[in-house]
Design a protein around this ligand. Structure first.
Ligand code: GTP
Ligand code: MG
Length: 376
């Protein structure tokens, strides 16, 4: 998918940077553009993968009065940057921001600028603050979500509480592996290189991975997919669909040294059963544990399923079982699905992504409304 990403504030900019970061077998794709806007020069300085001329800074004082910004040069600069893209360069625009921050206030201005010059759908990717950030931020976040929802064509929700807990768990595990001298064998999702990463960086990588898979769907077609999913179908699943969550789970396959034994096993009845069960288990993990924000997915209007991995591992039986489960579970009738077979040389894991859209709410937002709704 040809996507234009706009990162607002620290959270939004870092998430945008993580999405455009080349990783593993996928290099930076030329159809992906990102610009960032922040009032913290340090944050802009430390973004590694955003082009320098796509970083926009404005003074901190202006943020309490964002209306003023419409007349100020930063917004004008962003506007001319957007106008610089040829008509039809992108399929969609994705505005990223932390709901608890200040820069999310720019969303209305940016959306109106975008709508002036572009016809493509505009989505927002937002994070819900963690509990430790305090009541004021949580209440602010709820208000901001209410403000954004009617302006854009869909809101993808990530719950920082859920993902920070996971990230801290992963970091703890790495530390323990290091102590026992097993660190070489430890595999941290999305981090093959040794780096000094904080919990938010790990969260951002989990976010980025989900978005990248959606962007790449329908584009890397080295194997012959049994069912293709293209950008239009992905956009049809999310456009006008209010709240959106994305679940994703992957499993590493045993290393290639064992491949011939594996192949024999794959062809056996037991092997076929195991491959089908793996897909089903991954789907369950994606929906119940590795989802961007917990939600009652039976209330979803639409869903999308995407399988990736070496062709031999993508069990048709497993795929059909997952399709049936999701199709029967969601409230609406629109379910799309596809597979993305990749040569075993390029990918040593199998993954399942499941997206839900048209959700009336997600569990954490509902919880915040119940706790703080009266204090608004
Ligand atoms: N996922 C993720 N969330 C972040 C990150 N940094 C901050 N956040 C969250 O995003 C919310 C908004 O914080 P910032 O992005 O720093 O705020 P801002 O938009 O820059 O606005 P200011 O508060 O004026 O600096 C916070 O409440 C955090 O929950 C990040 O790197 N990743
Ligand atoms: Mg900031």
């Amino acid at each position: 998918m040809r996507l234009l990403i706009i990162g607002l504030g620290t959270a939004g900019s870092k998430i945008a940077d993580a999405i455009v970061r080349p990783s593993g077998s996928s290099s930076r794709c030329s159809d992906l553009h990102a610009i960032t806007v922040d009032n913290d020069p340090d944050v802009l300085e430390h973004l590694n993968y955003i082009d320098e001329e796509a970083k926009f800074y404005f003074p901190k004082d202006n943020i309490d009065n964002p209306e003023l910004l419409t007349t100020r040069f930063t917004i004008d600069e962003v506007k001319s940057k957007l106008k610089g893209f040829d008509v039809g360069t992108h399929d969609a625009i994705l505005l990223c921001a932390g709901l608890g921050g200040g820069l999310v206030n720019l969303v209305p201005h940016l959306v109106s600028i975008i709508r002036e010059t572009m016809y493509e759908p505009v989505f927002s990717l937002v994070t819900i603050p963690a509990e430790e950030e305090g009541e004021t931020r949580l209440i602010q976040a709820m208000k901001n979500l209410q403000m954004i929802r009617p302006l854009v064509d869909g809101v993808i929700i990530f719950d920082n509480q859920l993902w920070l807990d996971k990230a801290r768990g992963e970091m703890q595990d790495t530390l323990m592996q290091k102590e026992t001298g097993l660190s070489e064998k430890f595999w941290l999702p999305g981090t093959s290189e040794k780096e000094n990463l904080g919990p938010f960086d790990l969260v951002n990588r989990h976010i980025a991975r989900r978005i990248r898979i959606l962007i790449n769907a329908g584009e890397i077609q080295k194997g012959a997919p049994q069912t293709v999913l293209d950008s239009r179908e992905i956009l049809n699943t999310i456009t006008g669909m209010s709240l959106i969550t994305i679940g994703y789970a992957e499993e590493e396959l045993p290393d290639s040294g064992k491949i011939s034994i594996l192949r024999q096993r794959n062809e056996s009845r037991v092997g076929r059963q195991e491959r089908a069960a793996r897909i089903v288990k991954l789907a369950e993990r994606a929906v119940f544990r590795e989802i961007s924000a917990y939600c009652d997915f039976t209330t979803a209007k639409k869903a999308l399923i995407l399988l990736s991995g070496p062709e031999d591992e993508l069990s048709m039986k497993g795929y059909m079982a997952v399709r049936k489960w999701i199709d029967e579970s969601i409230d609406g009738f629109e379910m799309r699905s596809g597979d993305n077979p990749v040569s075993a040389r390029y990918m040593n894991h199998v993954s399942v992504l499941i997206l839900f859209s048209g959700l009336p709410t997600v569990t954490r937002v509902q919880d915040l409304y119940e706790r703080f709704g009266k204090k608004e």
